[in-house]
Design a protein around this ligand. Sequence first.
Ligand SMILES: Cc1ncc(COP(=O)(O)O)c(C=O)c1O
Length: 362
Amino acid sequence: MEFMSWVWVVNFLSLLYIFPMKTIDLRSDTVTRPSDGMYEAMRVAEVGDDVLGDDPTVKLLQQKVASLFDREDALYVPSGTMANQIALKVSSQPGWELLCDRECHVVNYEVAGPVVHSSLLINLLTTDRGMVTAEMVRQSIRPINLHCPLTKMVTLENTHNRHGGTILPQEEIISVRQVCDEFGLHLHLDGARIWNAHVATGIPLSELTRPFHTISVCLSKGLGAPIGSVIVGTKEFISKCLRERKLFGGGMRQVGFLAAAGLYALENNIDRLKEDHANARMLAEELSTFDCFEIDLSRVETNIVIIDLVNDMTADELLTKINNVGVLAVPFGPKRIRMVTHLDLSAEDCRDAIERLRSVLS
Ligand SMILES: Cc1ncc(COP(=O)(O)O)c(C=O)c1O
């Protein structure tokens, strides 16, 4: 039987619930479910009231993350958005100008947080692959006079989500920090996927993040924890973040069972990210041979694949078509979609996704 008809037979049987077809969910690396090992770690976690500072597992997680990044202290928070927004708020004054890439998460997907929480003026810079360069920072700093806002902050995102999981060049990050030091700017990292940059480059986490004053990292993206991010920095900065977390309503009580999932993720799920990178590469290479797709393979450095549609289909039409054969992705523009590989998808699942797409698009 030809493969195309085989896919349709499986699809038909799946519709009749005779032989359910596995949904291949490539929408994000946030869609993963805790593994049995992670659940067990959560079940046996020692807990206490973390708002009172007595949860031993949360303390352990914070110590572990601080030491991974070679920093004095760390704070567990519910989400990456809260981590970024608290870090920006604690490091700024109302009216400061923040420089960042036009496509960054902090501005595009955090509901105007920098404006609402910190009253920051945002200067969006158009970059190649998400890198706000040292020269761009230098050129963007306004003169100090009675009239101009104070340009005082830069935020970078590594890896960069909307640019396709691109890794920022380390030498350039170091140069950005030099300009920040020269002009007294604060440098923040949205490191939701810094783990991917670490595994892809082999550069230790502490070295990758050394140029930044403050760092936020996520446990709930590629690492597969159900929830949780961590803010990392000096003791003084983290003590201010603790107060701000309470203000944001992010103080949690017996939350050690969730922190245990984070600890499990750090111990078991960092090195395996290379499998996600290999799967993204395979998806990108195969899908780039489809007539209707254009993919910049040079951007597929980690676990994200951005696909441009070069026929007359819109992103929404394409997504409906592929949803019908059990493949999920997200729109990333009127003619652009994003696919993300993660720990709940094997190489075989990705090959299966490619064949399902071939069956509906050829
Ligand atoms: C680069 C980046 N930063 C921050 C976040 C925010 O994380 P959360 O969804 O936990 O708020 C995300 C979420 O996808 C992200 O991709």
